[in-house]
Design a protein around this ligand. Structure first.
Ligand code: 4AD
Ligand code: MG
Length: 433
């Protein structure tokens, strides 16, 4: 039979009672003296198939040999059956075995480490299939959001000669006879790009040698960043809120089925689309933490995970926190004029314990201030000559931010660990497969 005569399981389920040709993999199988029950899986869904011994002995004997993940083609009659997992059942009239799978190493109730060791096989699971589909929607939504709003896509090098987000998390790589670093952010190059293109965005792989073994850090992750000329802090925080609402909307429009598979609270996500997201200052955040929750965070300390979680929990929606202490912020985050101890920067914190999903700021226009702060960090400002030159050729206020794609995928999917938000995770302890 021609390959074009096969349809997907999702298409078959839509057609209802009819004869169909399907191909896929054995998701589950169960045998009795008279029947073989196969749950067939493809990229779209699962469906129960029944092979009756009384109908055709040859097919029944072939079906008896099937193992989990064997690849097969079947033809048969589709009919409604409320006992079947997706409401339909196929009475099989023909079966072609493509490959009998070896005993599948993943069975029920496996340890997380075994699942990560077998990641190349585990991405077939219904759960990861659902996450990957939602990730696909999120990535598409990010491109759509910026393109709809007249941002140009702009690319920066991955090999970079200097750090931008602190030396502690730099990945050094041999570069011919020299050394270079893997990109920690697209930002510095974007700050050059805006003088040509005005409003730009990008999404790409980002590298940080994170020594923390948390459920929120990867050493290779995808960051979606934007940068815009003329934009100030009050405007850029609104762009971030709009982007998050748009992403949520797109997922709700396209992935209800996947959210159900993940047992995600859809009503809660719908609420996030409608809600206003508050913007508060770091000082107000401390006020809430210390006076409402007796947490005792001194001014000047960065917010830790549990403190971020408390703030987002307090509002129950994504929250933008601005004006963190200048001293603990990156060299490019400018001190505010009114109070130089506070920087013109922001983080967006997601509720339900997911914490920081976006970080951004206005960009410093003072070469002197940036040089001093780099020196204080042990950096040589001479390595930033080209970047500082941007302040000498028609410098204008500008702002931008970066969104952690896997952080957003984790939150929207309700995942326990960020490692499940990317097909093949990389952390300090996980580098294979
Ligand atoms: O807050 P970060 O470090 O900001 C920057 O790198 C800026 N240069 C971005 C910009 O303004 N263009 O990182 C941005 C976001 C974080 O809010 C977080 O969501 C994500 O990137 N992120 C990580 N995600 C997973 N694993 C890690 N190790 C991450 N580090 C940051
Ligand atoms: Mg940050």
């Amino acid at each position: 039979m021609k390959e074009s005569n096969y349809i997907s399981i999702a298409e078959a389920l839509k057609m209802g009672a009819t004869s169909v040709n399907l191909r896929g993999w054995v998701y589950r199988e169960r045998k009795s003296n008279k029947f073989v029950f196969i749950v067939l899986r493809d990229e779209t869904d699962i469906i129960q198939c029944v092979v009756a011994k009384s109908k055709n002995l040859e097919i029944f004997e072939k079906a008896e040999k099937l193992t989990i993940e064997s690849s097969i083609k079947i033809s048969g009659e589709l009919k409604e059956d409320e006992r079947a997992p997706t409401g339909y059942e196929i009475s099989v009239s023909d079966l072609e075995v493509i490959q009998i799978a070896d005993p599948f190493p993943i069975t029920e109730h496996q340890s997380p480490e075994l699942l990560y060791d077998n990641r190349h096989l585990w991405i077939r699971s219904r759960r990861l299939n659902a996450v990957l589909k939602i990730r696909h929607t999120i990535v598409g939504a990010i491109h759509k959001f910026f393109r709809n709003n007249d941002y140009y896509e702009f690319d920066a090098p991955i090999f970079q000669p200097s750090q931008s987000e602190g030396g502690a998390t730099l990945f050094e790589v041999k570069y011919f006879t020299d050394k270079m670093y893997l990109s920690q952010t697209w930002q510095l190059y974007a700050e050059a790009g805006i003088f040509s293109l005005g409003k730009i965005y990008n999404m790409g792989p980002t590298f940080r040698a994170e020594k923390s073994k948390t459920s929120r850090h990867l050493s290779e992750f995808w960051m979606a960043e934007m940068e815009a000329a003329w934009m100030k802090l009050d405007e850029v925080t609104e762009v971030a809120k709009d982007e998050i609402r748009f992403i949520l909307q797109e997922v709700l429009e396209n992935n209800k089925k996947e959210l159900e598979i993940l047992e995600r609270d859809i009503k809660l996500l719908e609420g996030y689309v409608e809600a206003e997201y508050p913007t508060i200052k770091y000082a107000e955040a401390l006020d809430i933490l210390n006076n409402k929750y007796q947490m005792n965070v001194p001014w000047g300390k960065d917010l830790r995970t549990n403190e971020e979680a408390k703030i987002a929990d307090h509002f129950k929606v994504p929250v933008v926190v601005t004006h963190y202490p200048t001293e603990i912020m990156g060299f490019y985050k400018p001190p505010s004029e009114e109070n130089p101890k506070e920087a013109l920067c922001f983080d967006m914190l997601a509720p339900e314990g997911y914490c920081e999903i976006i970080g951004g700021s206005e960009r410093s226009l003072s070469v002197e201030d940036m040089s001093n702060r780099l020196k204080a960090d042990g950096e040589d400002p001479n390595n930033y000559k080209w970047y500082f030159e941007l302040r000498n050729y028609g410098s204008v206020p500008h702002s931008g931010y970066g969104l952690g794609v896997e952080r957003v995928v984790s939150w929207i999917c309700g995942l326990d660990n960020i490692k499940d938000a990317i097909p093949f995770p990389r952390t300090m302890l996980r580098k294979a497969p």
